[in-house]
Ligand binder design. Structure first.
Ligand code: GDP
Ligand code: MG
Length: 163
């Protein structure tokens, strides 16, 4: 029950770094059911007195390239079904990749709110580079550094605005 936010995106964009930061002030709920393939992590986050569930997808995806793309697409679909809002994470250091565009196409078809989060925006140069991501056409766009925490407060404000 409650409001659930899923973090989706291709590997290495920084999903788990953001997930851990969101859960910083609360203990992560660890699902340790043995024998179950766990491709998602669940946790609870707090922001300004508002509590919501967070799903980190793709933590345990196979590294083999051919199953990769299929897995990401599958996880994005599951996230769309389970979540009330979706954080679609991209990485400014690689720019927009083909896989980003594929996931964007998938996410544009949902009526649930999508928050495009461009991560690794660690400095002013990257702030400039990140503007290319506006071309993906999402209404909510945030430039953040999951590593330093820059921009994450504004993202959280936006996420909880409708809870
Ligand atoms: P995931 O595969 O999407 O879950 O990505 P991870 O959270 O595991 O991060 C992948 C790599 O990106 C790690 O080496 C992180 O330290 C790095 N990373 C994550 N966030 C940032 C950031 O804001 N800036 C920079 N420079 N690196 C980051
Ligand atoms: Mg991860």
């Amino acid at each position: 029950a409650g409001f659930t936010v899923a973090i989706v995106g291709r590997p290495n964009v920084g999903k788990s770094t953001l997930f851990n930061r969101l859960l910083e002030q609360r203990k992560a709920i660890v699902d340790d059911v043995s024998g179950v393939t766990r491709d998602r992590q669940y946790g609870v986050a707090d922001w300004n007195g508002k509590t919501f569930n967070v799903i980190d997808t793709g933590g345990f995806v196979s590294k083999s390239d051919d199953v990769f793309e299929r897995e990401i697409r599958k996880q994005a679909k599951v996230a769309i079904e389970e979540a009330n809002a979706i954080v679609f994470m991209c990485d400014v250091s690689t720019g927009i990749t083909d896989l980003d565009s594929d996931v964007a196409d998938l996410l544009r078809r949902t009526s649930k709110p999508v928050y495009l989060v461009v991560n690794k925006v660690d400095n002013p140069q990257r702030q400039l580079e990140a503007t290319e991501f506006y071309s993906l056409g999402f209404e909510h766009v945030h430039f953040i550094s999951s590593m330093s925490g820059s921009g994450t407060g504004e993202l959280l404000d936006d996420l909880v605005a409708n809870i």
